[in-house]
Ligand binder design. Structure first.
Ligand SMILES: [Cu+2]
Length: 236
């Protein structure tokens, strides 16, 4: 027979995973048209240390296009929501420096959510993050030696596509988007996304890609089956 405490524990876990009366939004973003060719990281390969970390020439991946023209690295979020951040208690996000490139290149977090910046390379990196001056977010400029523990950064205000760069390796870039609510996602390599624990209601939802622009839609989220919404962005 199951112990009462075990049973209560299971209820608590289930409640944490899905708030009662909440629903989820699922969908996909696809790219129409042909994206421009990606750029070879020639300076990376010419670097005596970074070049040895790659067997073949790496390229930019501004357009991550997968199965069925699904577009990755699209930031999908509910609009018009503020002051609902759960970032302080959220699992930290990770930004790794590997092969003298950032992984992921597109990251989305909540205000107050920790971002652990890892250095998986045998070289020094310098993480240089300059939010827009009007955002109220704090800039960072931190050197990180190989083999040292992750650095922690976080942002207090919402802001889209904050640029991250490395002052040692001028080809390294990543972009962090910050929300003051948990209702966002970044599409996977095949363009899929899922936003959980949404209260039923009418919302404006936006899909935005750094290069392919954005599309917004109005959706009705209902309890029960997931609400599906799909976007099509155009290659320039
Ligand atoms: Cu670097």
């Amino acid at each position: 027979m199951m112990k009462c405490s075990t049973f209560l524990g299971m209820i608590a876990v289930a409640a944490a995973l899905q708030t009662a009366g909440a629903a989820e939004i699922i969908g996909a973003v696809t790219l129409s048209g042909t994206p421009p060719p990606e750029v070879k990281y020639t300076p990376l390969m010419a670097d005596p240390t970074c070049g040895k970390l790659h067997k073949t020439m790496p390229t930019t991946h501004f357009y991550v296009v997968g199965a069925n023209s699904g577009l990755g690295d699209v930031v999908v979020s509910l609009q018009g929501i503020s002051g609902q951040s759960t970032g302080a208690s959220a699992k930290p996000a990770e930004l790794d420096q590997k092969g003298c490139l950032y992984h992921p290149q597109i990251l989305a977090v909540q205000t107050g959510q920790k971002i652990l910046v890892k250095n998986s390379d045998p070289v020094i990196h310098n993480i240089d993050i300059q939010p827009s001056a009007s955002s109220g977010n704090q800039p960072f400029n931190l050197a990180q030696m190989p083999g040292t523990p992750p650095l922690t950064v976080s942002f207090s205000k919402p802001e889209m596509f904050i640029k991250v760069k490395c002052d040692v390796h001028p080809w390294m870039f990543a972009w962090i988007s910050v929300f003051d609510h948990p209702y966002f996602a970044v599409t996977d390599k095949d363009g899929h996304f899922k936003i959980e624990n949404v209260k039923p209601g009418t919302y404006t939802i936006e899909a935005i890609h750094r290069k392919a622009g954005k599309e917004t839609k109005t959706i009705q989220v209902k309890e029960g089956a997931p609400t599906e919404v799909n976007f099509v962005l155009k290659a320039p």
